[in-house]
Design a protein around this ligand. Structure first.
Ligand code: BDR
Ligand code: CA
Length: 313
């Protein structure tokens, strides 16, 4: 199996942190070229600090972290600290990580990494608002054609929204960026709530993760403990938190865990009521020419088995 070269663009964020730990634990299968951070779940200074903290827990200081956009393209920032805690990392003990962020801006790093490597050899996982990737595509449109894949957590169709009635958080937070990326012609795989809501962190899953006992596994268990408590309080006692962002890394490692279909994808940019809604058109004229794949099914057991196996390494 060839090693996948991946940039992870994220806004940690509890589930972003789990995604990072899954990627960092997959050394043999995934070459994480860089982690780039963006304003999202919490402000940009905190998402960059949180990514460094997670990198330290994983012992992956070999991976550079570049801080990125401090606000969405057009609209003011929308945080989600009610779901991620004030720090962005739930109940995790926070300290200043030893290793600094890399010098330079996330958007420049994305462009340089994609342009300096052979076409079709670099993928990007986007687990926050798509601001950094949209800015990179605006400054250097050639990256759209050079990407192997952009695997994006965002959007919702049959599941309805999670921040408004019809919008998913990442797309709602920067709808203009998402629209630009979806329409860029880059090969996109979009994992919206329709797929990620099928992958839930239940208490037995959490016990199995905690039982592994490695620092990465303990960190994931603590993060998910917080998410379970938040979901009980904000969503309902029988509702368990979806592992949204880890699905992007799971897809890159094991695409067969997900079923996708070709679509045309547009984002609502005008209506105050449905801002950030993803209009998913399944009736595409030429499915072979579609550049966006929409995930409709996830193998939840398979995603957890992958997570358990990697955290035990
Ligand atoms: C997405 O929103 C964020 O709060 C999560 O980290 C995830 O990326 C889910 O809607
Ligand atoms: Ca996220």
């Amino acid at each position: 199996m060839s090693v996948k070269a991946v940039i992870i663009d994220c806004d940690p964020g509890v589930d972003d942190a789990v995604a990072l730990l899954l990627a960092f634990a997959s050394r043999a299968e995934m070459d994480v070229l860089a982690v780039t951070t963006v304003a999202g779940n919490v402000n940009a200074a905190l998402t960059a600090r949180n990514a460094r903290l997670i990198r330290q827990i994983a012992g992956r200081e070999d991976v550079p972290i570049y801080a990125g956009a401090i606000a969405p393209l057009v609209r003011p920032p929308v945080v989600a600290s009610h779901f991620h805690g004030d720090s962005g990392l739930g109940w995790m003990a926070i300290s200043e990580p030893a290793a600094p962020a890399a010098t330079g801006h996330a958007v420049d790093a994305i462009i340089d990494l994609i342009m300096s490597r052979p076409p079709g050899s670099v993928s990007i996982a986007v687990t926050g608002p798509a601001t950094n990737l949209a800015l990179a595509m605006t400054l250097q449109p050639a990256i759209a054609q050079r990407l192997e894949q952009a695997v994006i957590m965002g959007g919702a169709r049959s599941e309805g929204g999670n921040i408004t009635a019809s919008a998913e958080y990442n797309v709602f937070a920067d709808p203009h960026a998402a629209e630009l990326v979806f329409r860029s012609g880059a090969p996109c795989v979009v994992l919206g709530l329709d797929a990620t809501h099928q992958v839930r962190a239940t208490p037995p899953k959490l016990d199995a993760i905690r039982g592994i006992g490695t620092p990465a596994a303990m960190a994931v268990a603590d993060l998910l403990d917080f998410s379970i408590a938040v979901h009980r309080r904000l969503v309902g006692p029988e509702d368990y938190p979806p592992l949204h962002d880890p699905c992007t890394i799971a897809y890159l490692l094991e695409p067969s865990l997900f079923q996708t279909v070709p679509v045309d994808l547009r984002v609502e940019l005008e209506s105050p009521l449905t801002l950030g809604h993803t209009a998913v058109e399944f009736r595409v004229k030429d499915p072979g020419a579609a550049t966006v794949q929409w995930a409709v099914k996830a193998n939840a057991e398979g995603v957890f088995d992958l997570l358990l196996e990697r955290l035990a390494r």
